[in-house]
Every structure is written in C-alpha cells, then in structure tokens.
Write a protein that binds this ligand. Structure first.
Ligand code: MN
Length: 700
C-alpha cells in the first residue's frame, strides 16, 4: 500500500473521500493484476501505472481518469477483460482503459510509416473521449522519463515516435509543459551527445545570464510599478531542444541563440496586458515586425498571449510574452487546464478549440471515408512545421516549413534540382528563393546544362538540397583551381603555354609525384599547396633554365575577372578593374585581391612571401562589387529615385544600408555591381547632380 500513499495525498487535495476510496480499489485491482511483473528497471510493474496516475493527478483530472490510468495496462498485459472492469468500476472507466489499450496497440514506426488507418484510429479514439489521449500522453511521459533501462534500439524507436507523434499531439492540445518535457527527453534519447554538449553550454552561460536577467527584470518592474500596474515577471530559460532547433533552423551558433533573453510578464486583466506592452515599447525600442497579438487572435490550439521583441541594453534581444494569469495556466496545460482550474473560466479556450477541432475531424471522417485524404488533412493541423506541395501531376511532396522551390526541385530529383532555372507556383513565375506554402502546385522549369548557383545555399533549408549544391561547388572549385594552377605554371615556365609541351613530360611528372592525373597537380598549384616553380623544374630539368625563365616571367599575374571562386575580391576595399591591386594568399588557398592602399593590407608588406604582385588584364570580364556612399537630404521618395537612377545605368544593386544621421539627412550605402572604374565614374557624376544629394563617394 505504501506505493499508493503519495498519490493518495495528492488526490485528497482535490477529490472527496468517496472518490479517493474508489481510486484505492482500482489501485489494489491493478496491483494484484500486475503481481509478479517487473519493469525493465527491475521495479515492480505497478510503480508505472501509479506514476502515470500521479502525473494526471497533478493536473487534477477526475476520478474516472485516475482509475483508468491505474489500470491502463491490465487488459494489455494481464488476464483481465473489459467485462471484469465494467463489473467493478463501471462502463466509463472500462471504456477509457479500452481506449488506451487500443492506442497502445498502434505502433507508429515514424510519421511517414504511420499507416493512415492506424492514425485515423488514434484520432478517433481521441475524438470519442479526450481523456484517453491524456492518459496516453501521461503514460508516454513516464515511459520517456524511465527510458534509461531499455536497450538502445527500443529507446531510439520510442524516442522517435514520441517526437513525431506524441509531442505534436500535446502541442495541438495546447499542453506546452507536456510537449516541452516530451521533446527534451526525446531529443536526449535520440541525440545523447548533442544534448550533452548543449546542456553543458547552457550551464556555462547561466551565470552571466542571471545577472542580465535580474537587471532587465528590475528595470521592467520599476517602470510598471511607477505606472501603477501590478504584474509578475520571470526570466524564461529555453529548453535544450528548442535551442537545438533554433541552431539548426538558422542561426547555427550557440552564442547567437543564447543572446536572446526570454521574459514572461503575467498580470490580472487583458487591459493590463496592453498597457504593459505600451510601457515596454516605451522603455526599450521594439524590433519591427516582431509584435504578435495572439490575444485578439488566438493560435489554433487556443494559446493566447502578446509577443514582442525589444532591443535591450547592450543591443541584447529581449523576447517578452505578456498574458493574464488564466492565459498563462492555459498555455502550460492546454486542454488539461479544464480540470485543473475548474472555477477559473466558464469556457476554457483551449478546450473549446480542441472540441472544435475534434468535431471538424469527425465531420471530415464522415465526408471523406478515405483514410489517406483524412490523414493528410489531419497532418496539416498536427504538424504545422511542414508544408504539403503538389507536383503538376498531383503528387504530394512533404517539405519542412519555409522550404523553397529549390528544395522542392531537389526533393523531386537531384537532376531536377541541379538544372532548375525558374519555377511556376500556381501557374505564375516566381522567384526560386521564396518560401512555399501549403497546397501550392509547383512546376520546376529546368534547362539542359544549367548549373546550381552557390547563392542558393543562403536560402535552401533541406539537407538534400544543401548537400547536392555543396557537392557541386566542390567540383566547381576544383575546375577553377586547375585553371589558376595552369596559368601559374605557365608563368613559371617563362609564359610558355602548356600546350606546347609534349604529353610525355606531363605523364612522367604525374608518375613521379604519385598523382592520378596532371590536373591533380595543377589543382594543387592553384590551391597554393605546391609551388609552381618546383613542377616547372620537373618539366624542364635544367635548373638554370627554370630560374632564368622564372625571373623573366617575374611580371605580375594578370587578373582576367573570370577566375571564378579561386579569386576573392576583398570585402574591405572592393577592388575593381582600374584600381592598383595586390594579392594575398588566403588560408584556404587561392587569392584575395585588395587595393594596394587598403588599410588591411598594410601588415602584409612585412610578409612578402604572402604577397603576390598582380595586375588587371587589358580586357577584364565580369562584374565587380563596390560600396557607394551617398549622403542625401531626408525626403520622401529620394531613395526610390536614386535606385531608379542606378538601375538606369545598368548597374545592379546588391544591398542597401541606410544610416539615419540626425533625421534631416541620411547616409545610404549601396552595394552595387559594375564592370570597372569607368562605369563607376559615370554613375557618380550622374548621382552628384541629382537634387538632395549632399555627398557621394566610393566607400572603403
Ligand atoms: Mn503504460
């Protein structure tokens, strides 16, 4: 009986004595049924149902649910029938136990493999009685907490199922606390190493953060007190899994993810929430586009809150959630809040939303009669992180949220991705980089001989697209390296074209250096891994000859503008044809070109070995980037006129950066692409005569 005591105390806090007595009978029934059974951990089996009941008791679930939780495994694992339960505990409790048993028998290997029919069964069980799913979620939570004693294979399978099926369901029901714990446990089981690393980093960062959090909290509280607003504020620590997700999604660097500070302000009324928002926007500058009013327009799972992001002291990002006490409880427990805070609200919004959703499911189920169609509709609801895109002939491709047409192209086939040049979304031509949304029909236009653009890496989000583009660039880089290597070698041979040398010499050197092809050698020269003069010497055995020729050829390497990725134009000084330039060898091989008087190159004069004389070829091809700084009077429409003027010159604008000076004037920096100094001079002349322009100069 001692195993029941803790639970009993919890139950007595919110149920009357007769109900607790009935629950005790259910405990004895389950204990006897599981007698002699052990969990993998070696504990008596009954400890598991008791723990599950405990989780539900903290949510104040009713007596029937707690009884069913205690007996949830007896039909599955013991020789107990539904009728046995009906006769002792009544029809409702038996139905709950049966419902959980049915769910347990459905094994989801993964979201993809989840058979439409099984999934439908699960949804229907949930629609019939929400409490079945609550018991199942509590069951899963306890199993996840005690995952350690299982073997690796079973552990991984259960963790995956949890991440893909149960956590999203908890989310859909608005149970954020449950979802958060399921996700963190699932992540730890699936990726123990990654989890450990992030946890250690979080621990390290915690000390510094505490101080910052306290000081920001105090600032906010002081301001609210001064305004006579009553509120509680708490700093939120991100869950390990959400940090991991953020790092994967975009930022990539732990420090950047951790630079964001989360706060929650809880107050009494909706009116106070909006007043607090006003005060916060007055205290710190809000980040544009980050304010969300989920209070006026709740999320589909009923979640309500105001969200905003502020620029705090030292440029830190402060994310704030503002909501009422009731909304806060709802946000933590979702539909379960119905039992937990009975008096709190007539209509629990999360529950109303859940019921709405379920009656929709019911209707959908009756109308479709087709489980595939049903599951597709439900999945869109349940996994909002995914989008479903149609191919022109009606196949569905599942992609992560924010996937682009390029991701879609690679999802169809690597060849389609590699050769795509444009796309039509719902019959309209759109950019390859824009995010796709649910239900769009996408047609990819390919061209023979088209190549992936390295720039795609900045927006693709699927690993398939990323890997394929990277692979392509690697090969591209090699081609460029070979070309540069050839020119360096020709230079060392006294500007003698390699074509004039007999193939047998190349074969000999290739063999001597244990390379597979002479191209390998050229690539190494291009990458700066082998000195061209050494290979020149091997090709031309007379050492005096080589040295002499090398001297003769000691004129600068000519830059054609077509070297591709082997030559990088320094971003500090943006050299363009016509500028005096100098080359340095980068750590990864290849050249970086600077203007000769660039500040960053000054130190290189002391390291002459890293310094390569270069000059522009007569006819340089391609376009080059330059920063153009324009100071203008702040007038409506000035920016539009300037961009038109630049575009009219046939100059491409890559980026615009506006620095609001004092409000009266501003400095706009255009990153533009042009062919050389001549075009730049023309452009500057045109801009200079434009009204409102105070100053225009090339920026370095
Ligand atoms: Mn169980």
């Amino acid at each position: 009986m001692y195993l029941f005591n803790g639970l009993k105390e919890q139950l007595q806090s919110y149920l009357d004595a007769s109900q607790v007595e009935k629950i005790q009978q259910a405990y004895i029934f389950a204990r006897d049924a599981h007698d002699g059974q052990l969990r993998s951990s070696g504990d008596p089996y009954i400890t598991h149902p008791v723990a599950v009941a405990n989780i539900l008791a903290t949510l104040h679930l009713d007596a029937q649910t707690i009884m069913a939780a205690l007996m949830h495994d007896v039909i599955e694992d013991c020789e107990v029938t539904r009728d046995d339960i009906v006769s002792q505990f009544g029809e409702r409790v038996a139905a709950l136990v049966e419902g959980v048993t049915k769910l347990t028998q459905i094994k989801f290997r993964s979201r993809k493999e989840a058979q439409a029919e099984n999934f439908r069964k699960m949804m229907m069980a949930m629609v019939e009685d929400l409490r079945v799913v609550l018991i199942k979620l509590a069951d899963r939570l306890h199993n996840m907490r005690t995952l350690g004693s299982l073997n690796t294979e079973k552990r991984t399978r259960i963790a995956k199922e949890t991440m893909e099926i149960y956590a999203p369901i908890a989310n859909r029901l608005g149970m954020f606390a449950m979802r958060g714990e399921l996700e963190d446990l699932g992540f730890a089981a699936q990726y123990p190493m990654r989890c450990r690393v992030i946890k250690a980093e979080v621990k390290k960062a915690r000390g510094n953060r505490k101080e910052i959090i306290n000081s920001i909290s105090n600032n906010i509280l002081q301001r609210l007190n001064a305004e006579g607003i009553d509120a509680e504020i708490s700093g939120r620590e991100k869950s390990v899994f959400s940090i991991y997700k953020k790092m994967q999604a975009k930022v990539g660097v732990f420090d950047q993810v951790m630079d964001v500070y989360g706060f929650r302000v809880v107050t009494d009324t909706e009116d106070s929430c909006y007043r607090i928002l006003g005060q916060l926007h007055n205290l710190y500058r809000p980040v544009p586009g980050r304010f969300k009013d989920y209070m006026a327009i709740p999320k589909t799972n009923g979640y309500q809150s105001l969200h905003t992001t502020l620029k705090g002291p030292h440029g830190l990002h402060i994310e704030v959630q503002i909501r009422t006490t009731e909304m806060d409880q709802m946000a933590e427990n979702g539909v379960a809040a119905h039992w937990l805070y009975k008096g709190a609200s007539e209509a629990n919004r999360a529950e109303v939303k859940a019921r709405e959703w379920m009656s929709n499911l019911m209707e959908l189920q009756q109308n479709t009669g087709d489980s595939i169609e049903f599951i597709e509709s439900v999945k869109v609801d349940l996994f909002p992180d995914e989008v479903y895109i149609f191919t022109p002939n009606g196949n569905i491709i599942e992609l992560p949220k924010n996937a682009t047409p390029v991701d879609f192209a690679y999802a169809i086939h690597t060849d389609v991705g590699n050769s795509c040049i444009a796309c039509k979304v719902d019959s309209k031509i759109v950019s390859l980089s824009g995010p796709l949304t649910n239900g769009q029909t996408v047609e990819i236009i390919t061209a023979p001989g088209a190549k992936p653009n390295p720039g795609w890496l900045s927006f693709v989000i699927t690993s398939k697209a990323r890997t394929n583009i990277r692979h392509f660039i690697k090969n591209l880089r090699r081609d460029d390296a070979i070309n540069l290597g050839r020119r360096l070698l020709e230079k060392s041979l006294g500007n003698r074209p390699l074509d004039s040398i007999d193939q047998s010499h190349f074969d000999k050197v290739t063999k001597e250096t244990h390379k597979e092809s002479f191209d390998d050698i050229l690539a190494e020269i291009g990458l700066g891994q082998t000195a061209s003069v050494i290979i020149a010497h091997r090709l031309e055995p007379s050492i005096e000859d080589v040295i002499k020729k090398h001297k003769d050829s000691n004129r600068p390497l000519a830059i054609k503008g077509t070297e591709g990725m082997m030559i990088e134009y320094a971003k500090c000084c943006h050299p363009i044809p016509g500028d005096s330039i100098v080359g340095t060898i980068s750590s990864g091989g290849g050249f970086i070109l600077h203007q000769q008087d660039c500040r960053n190159i000054a130190e290189h004069s002391s390291k002459l070995d890293k310094y390569v004389p270069v000059q522009w070829e007569k006819n340089v091809e391609g376009v080059f980037r330059v920063n153009l700084k324009v100071e203008v009077v702040n007038r409506h429409g000035v920016l539009a006129k300037m961009t038109n003027l630049i575009a009219d010159e046939g100059v491409n604008i890559v980026n615009i950066d506006i620095d609001m000076n004092d409000g009266a004037t501003n400095i706009t920096t255009f990153l533009i692409e042009l062919t050389g100094r001549l075009q730049l001079a023309n452009l500057i002349r045109k801009i200079r005569v434009f009204n409102f322009v105070i100053k225009v100069s090339r920026n370095r």
